[in-house]
Design a protein around this ligand. Structure first.
Ligand code: NAD
Length: 340
């Protein structure tokens, strides 16, 4: 039996693939490489380049491998982009999930873990945010993920699917092998590292007048390997229990300026930055209550110190100065059931 990781060529998915391999669990990856990297995954892992919205392609993968659980990372996840093309977000995230679930259920695969997001909550009414907080997304990305969760609920009721939705806050850090290489990059830690390393100009800090200790926004950063461990725990629990939604965060917030200081400590170089106006829709504090995941899954984030998270990202950046950039001519085709 094997586990399918969709979006396994991406940041978080590639780390989970590594963790599964380390534990001796057979793993298969599907990724259309719209944003991911073949090089993020070890050569010996079956890697299918194709789209989760492509039924015949998925059926081919399920025929070749005996899959008994799916971790679904494949999605579009840029808030700003979703505000310019809402349809693309519903098409890829909701349409893609629907097709995947239909083919999975046809194949008799009944365990599923969704990468969901703190963006399902919108403006928080209480912080730390519990899973019971109102869900009022403020952008199509968050709404698309909330729609995915509702779809899973009904697939559970009607077809007996066992599922979990893990609402991540800010994934950060790196494993020894896998790190963050997004184009465009929108996440604070890799941007701050690039600024410290002189690979980009000063980093804009959006808003210094928030009601936080230093005036900059506070976010909850969770180490990507801690996230991966939560996925395994969720899948294990699903063998016995029905579906749940869990927040995955550190439970502790760090301000933007605290992150820049941590990058300075890790790299030994100050991060050049400049004050910029607030961005609309940026809440002052977004911090998860992860009590439920700790209590029910037995999850304990072990790399929860900001310095540990940032140092791991810096080590990866040093070892991969150009990210996963392939040499010319090494680009894999999109959209076919090509196994590489
Ligand atoms: N990174 C974060 O901080 C964060 C926070 C909350 C939620 N999430 C969610 O976690 C998941 C993974 O995030 P990430 O940062 O690793 O993103 P990522 O962009 O690095 O990885 C996503 C991968 O999915 C692939 N993909 C996208 N659409 C596809 C499709 N239709 N078919 C096949 N492959 C497809 C991309 O090529 C990419 O490799 C996403 O679903 C995202 O919404 C991430």
């Amino acid at each position: 039996m094997a586990i399918l990781v969709t979006g396994g060529g991406g940041y978080i998915g590639s780390v989970l693939v590594e963790v599964l391999r380390e534990r001796g669990i057979a793993v298969v990856v599907v990724d259309n490489l719209s944003r991911g990297h073949r090089r993020a995954v070890a050569e010996d892992v079956p890697f299918y380049v194709g789209d989760v919205g492509d039924g015949p392609f998925l059926r081919g993968v399920f025929r070749e491998h005996s899959i008994d659980g799916v971790f679904h990372f494949a999605a579009s996840s840029l808030v700003g982009e979703s505000m310019h093309d809402a349809g693309a977000y519903f098409r890829n995230n909701v349409g893609g999930l629907l097709r995947l679930l239909e083919v999975m259920l046809e194949a008799g695969i009944g365990r599923f873990v969704l990468s969901s997001t703190a963006a399902t909550y919108g403006e928080p009414t209480e912080v730390p945010i519990p899973e019971t907080a109102p869900t009022e997304p403020t952008n199509p990305y968050g709404e698309s993920k909330l729609t995915c969760e509702r779809m899973l609920h009904w697939m559970g009721v009607v077809h007996g699917l066992r599922w979990a939705a893990l609402r991540y806050f800010n994934a950060a850090g790196a494993s020894d092998r896998c790190g963050e290489d997004h184009t465009p990059e929108t996440h604070l830690v890799p941007l701050a590292i690039a600024a410290a390393a002189g690979r980009r100009g000063p980093l804009p800090v959006f808003g210094l007048d928030y009601p936080t200790p230093d005036g900059s926004c506070v976010r909850d950063y969770v180490h990507v390997e801690d996230l991966a461990e939560a996925h395994l725990l969720a899948l294990e629990r699903m063998s016995e229990h029905s579906a749940e939604i869990y927040n995955l965060g550190n439970g502790e917030g760090f301000s933007v300026l605290e992150v820049l200081d941590a990058v300075h400590r890790a790299t030994g170089r100050p991060v050049p930055w400049e004050a910029a106006p607030r961005r609309s829709g940026d809440p002052a504090r977004l911090v998860a209550s992860s009590h439920k995941a700790r209590r029910e899954l037995g999850w304990t984030p072990r790399r929860d110190r900001l310095d540990v998270i940032v140092e791991s990202a810096w080590r990866w950046a040093l070892a991969h100065p150009h990210g996963y950039a392939p040499p010319r001519g090494d680009v894999l085709p999109h959209g076919h059931a090509t196994r590489s």
